[in-house]
Write a protein that binds this ligand. Structure first.
Ligand code: PMP
Length: 283
């Protein structure tokens, strides 16, 4: 069965879904996006993702093409039309279609595209048991990666570099050797039972999963330190993991050539995953 996507006001067969070659998303990466996980037909952390979308829109001076309430209607419709129990909703808003010119077009309606795909929670739990490997790469992105823009070439190249060396994710380092974040995730390590993650700034995306996990750990006797960490700190860590809307909490068992802990998924990763799942009411 073919899937259904939403493009500028219409629900269309995914294979027929089109935007113009003059779309500024295509020409300039001039747009923003969000990714929502769907678990048991429930949209995970919906308000937080939508609010971040509206912040991203504001930061690039782009008006929403539809009312705020309409987003939920369309997302729910796609979940239903695509028979999704567990899946991912991808939503992007670009500055619309206009003859190619750097300056903002006048009277152009932004384009909105929403797509849906299924994911298997069984695959997630299997992957969790194995853990993932991370490669350290250079962070080549622009200075406003707190905005979730379509400008994704540097993380695409970082992820590819990781894949080509047999890893699953890239952790990117700034000019001073500190890890900013993963190519599409936030980065965490555990040293002496203290949880460490990079503080939010314009140099990382403030992950919704990150925020929810931190909130979920509030009453749990876990010491969280938001501070920068580097390769030396990684060598001292007993566990590491990533968070993102699509990976939830995913343990890291190796970074470059160094095994983390004993090279197997540690007990804290499990605790953090359960804490997160509990917070989104999916334990
Ligand atoms: N950092 C980057 C660079 C990302 O692309 C993502 C995934 N969107 C994240 C962090 C994690 O954010 P979230 O938990 O909101 O998916």
């Amino acid at each position: 069965m073919s899937s259904v996507s939403y493009v500028n006001g219409s629900y269309v067969d995914h294979s027929e879904a089109r935007v113009s070659i003059e779309d500024r998303g295509y020409q300039f990466a001039d747009g923003v996006y969000e990714v929502f996980a769907v678990i048991n037909k429930k949209i995970v952390d919906y308000d937080d993702h939508l609010n971040r979308l509206f912040r991203s829109l504001k930061e690039i001076s782009l008006d929403t093409p539809i009312a705020k309430d309409a987003y939920l209607v369309h997302i729910r419709n796609l979940v239903r039309k695509n028979y999704i129990t567990n899946g991912i909703i991808y939503l992007q808003v670009s500055r619309g279609v206009a003859s190619r010119d750097f300056k903002f077009p006048i009277n152009t309606k932004p384009s909105i595209v929403i797509t849906a795909k299924r994911i298997s929670m069984e695959n997630y739990y299997e992957k969790f048991k194995r853990g993932i490997k991370v490669k350290i790469t250079e962070d080549l992105r622009w200075k406003r990666v707190d905005i979730k823009t379509l400008n994704l070439l540097p993380p695409v190249l970082a992820k590819q570099e990781a894949i080509e060396s047999g890893c699953d994710e890239a952790w990117m380092t700034d000019a001073n050797g500190y890890i900013t974040e993963g190519s599409s995730s936030n980065a965490w390590i555990l040293i002496k039972n203290k949880l460490i993650t990079t503080p939010t700034s314009s140099s990382i995306l403030k992950g919704i999963t990150r925020t929810t996990l931190i909130r979920s750990l509030k009453n749990k006797n876990i010491q969280l330190i938001e501070k920068r960490f580097n390769k030396k700190d990684i060598k001292k860590s007993s566990e590491a993991f990533i968070t993102s809307a699509t990976q939830f909490v995913m343990p890291v068992i190796k970074i470059d050539n160094d095994k983390i802990g004993n090279g197997r998924v540690g007990k804290f990763a499990q605790i953090f995953r359960e804490s997160y799942m509990e917070a989104i009411q999916l334990k």
